[in-house]
Design a protein around this ligand. Structure first.
Ligand code: PRP
Ligand code: MN
Ligand code: MG
Length: 180
């Protein structure tokens, strides 16, 4: 375990098991559709790559980079588009892939944008959900694990851009963020 991690919440194996389940359900629900699967960069990049391998239907992928947290552990409330999609979403069934939903601001903003561009449907899948952080109403279609209100890192999730490469989800030691 990394020295800055206080506790492992979900192991690599537990995460892969959950992704297998999510992939199966999504495969079943999207049969006959050709969804555009959108990865919300950066945090969702690892989940995206593991999840699409478990979705056994034709699909297309694209990436969008948005950021609301910057260097902080709290959401700024302002969502910035850093990289937009390459393809139009008009008339498409869109599946948005997110690593974690906390306040819900990032995704409520994203869903509004995609609806405004006339997506046929917008569906959300998140690997982790932290319902205690929610400040806006958001309908989440597929959730992996429900988390306690702790600052977590790993499996794509960062603190000040670090720890994304940890293969598990862990709770960061308090002294790591009080130092900076
Ligand atoms: C994190 C996380 C989600 C979002 C969730 O992204 O990856 O996208 O915050 O928080 P919210 O529900 O309160 O909006 P971040 O803005 O840190 O960018 P990153 O993915 O590049 O790390
Ligand atoms: Mn993110
Ligand atoms: Mg982040």
């Amino acid at each position: 375990m990394h020295n800055d991690i206080k506790q492992v919440l979900y192991s690599e194996e537990q995460i892969q098991e959950k992704i297998n389940e999510l992939g199966e359900v999504i495969t079943r629900d999207f049969k006959g559709k050709n969804p555009l699967v959108i990865c919300v960069l950066k945090g969702a990049f690892i989940f995206m790559s593991d999840l699409v391998k478990k979705i056994d239907i034709p699909l297309e992928i694209d990436f969008m980079a948005v950021s609301s947290y910057g260097q902080s552990t709290k959401s700024s409330g302002v969502v910035k588009i850093i990289k937009d999609l390459d393809v139009p979403v008009e008339g498409r069934d869109v599946l948005i892939v997110e690593d974690i939903i906390d306040s819900g601001l990032t995704l409520s903003y994203l869903v509004e944008i995609l609806k405004g561009r006339n997506a046929l449907s917008t569906t959300i899948v998140t690997l982790f959900d932290k319902p205690a952080g929610r400040t806006v109403d958001l309908e989440v279609d597929y959730k992996g694990y429900i988390l306690p209100n702790e600052f977590v890192v790993g499996y794509g999730l960062d603190y000040a851009e670090k720890y994304r490469n940890l293969p598990y989800l862990g709770i960061l030691k308090n002294e790591v963020y009080s130092q900076s």
